[in-house]
Design a protein around this ligand. Structure first.
Ligand SMILES: [Zn+2]
Length: 323
């Protein structure tokens, strides 16, 4: 039996560059991380340094995959990355391919995380799935027929910026009522602070020692687990906001499974159960169709880096795939 093919996956973040040596089964063989050095070309040198460190002593490295938050086109040019200063129209793929001599793929980190889930995580074996990460914002990957949906330019599946309420709260992108502004992990914290300030969340205020400003999603989880009615009402309202976005996506893409990633998955069914209930209450023709399961994602914080490596290995094998 031949030994498994190996790639380096790289996750470019605002504070760190995380690299991992990953084999084709998704196993992480080694990791290396450095602090983000700031703008390109210092960033390029840091990424190449991470790759070189990881490939030392590896007889054959097959590919490099990179995931980054932001708008990544089909040629692996990062047009804009909100958390990495100076990333504007940077030809990341071409530059890294030249520096390493390896087939290189660059994609949005939500897409790479989604790919990890369908290859080796919660959605393994599923051909049509949606993976949603509820964090600071909302990241989404749409997998159709086993492939990441990338669109004409690579900018598809920016699901966080899907308008749910035209008179809703302001999104980080400047538009009103985007799903991210209403259903991200940060949105839960904002909803909790607003409820506390309005006198509607006494149990949260008590847990935060009377300081509205410090209330976040953790206070909501803790109070809800303890059975506080005000916190349970917030959980239900927030779960509804998540569910209506999932309903829109499911009506459009007809996935067989939706995997949810993010810190609130650690709360088990606290959030997932009301999400499922509201989802089934609103999806088109619930009683006439197989409805997608909504389950927790499995890959955790390494999803992006593992998915980037697997995507690179699979694309290096598939001449028809975009880079
Ligand atoms: Zn937006």
């Amino acid at each position: 039996m031949s030994s498994p093919r190996i790639a380096v996956g790289v996750d470019i973040g605002g504070t760190k560059v995380l690299g991992a040596l990953v084999d084709e089964t998704g196993a992480v063989l080694r990791e290396h991380r450095v602090l983000s050095p700031g703008p390109w070309p210092d960033m390029r040198d840091a990424i190449v340094g991470v790759i070189n460190e990881l490939r030392t002593g590896v007889p054959e490295l097959h590919a490099v995959g990179v995931g980054a938050a932001g708008m990544v086109d089909l040629d692996g040019v990062i047009h804009y990355a909100p958390n990495v200063p100076g990333f504007r129209r940077v030809p990341v793929r071409a530059s890294l391919a030249e520096a390493t001599g390896l087939p290189t793929t660059v994609d949005n980190d939500a897409n790479t995380a989604a790919y990890a889930e369908i290859r080796v995580g919660a959605a393994r074996g599923v051909r049509d799935a949606i993976v949603i990460t509820l964090g600071t914002g909302i990241g989404g990957g749409v997998i159709l027929g086993g492939r990441v949906l990338r669109g004409a330019n690579g900018f598809a599946a920016e699901v966080g910026h899907f308008q749910i309420d035209p008179v809703g709260p302001m999104c980080a992108c400047g538009e009103l009522g985007h799903w991210e502004a209403m259903a991200s992990g940060n949105a839960l914290g904002r909803m909790a602070r607003e409820a506390a300030a309005a006198g509607e969340a006494p149990s949260l205020l008590e847990r935060a020692h009377g300081k509205v400003d410090v209330i976040d999603g953790h206070h909501v989880s803790a109070a809800a687990h303890a059975g506080a009615a005000d916190a349970l009402a917030l959980v239900d309202h927030y779960a509804f906001n998540v569910a209506i976005g999932l309903v829109g996506l499911a009506n459009i893409f007809d996935p067989s499974l939706i995997a949810i990633a993010g810190g609130l998955v650690n709360d088990g069914d606290l959030f997932l159960e009301p999400m499922r209930r509201h989802f089934l209450g609103h999806i088109e023709g619930a009683q006439y169709r197989p409805t997608p399961e909504i389950i927790p994602a499995e890959m955790g914080e390494r999803a992006g880096v593992i998915g980037a490596a697997l995507l690179a290995l699979d694309r290096a094998n598939d001449a028809a795939a975009p880079l």
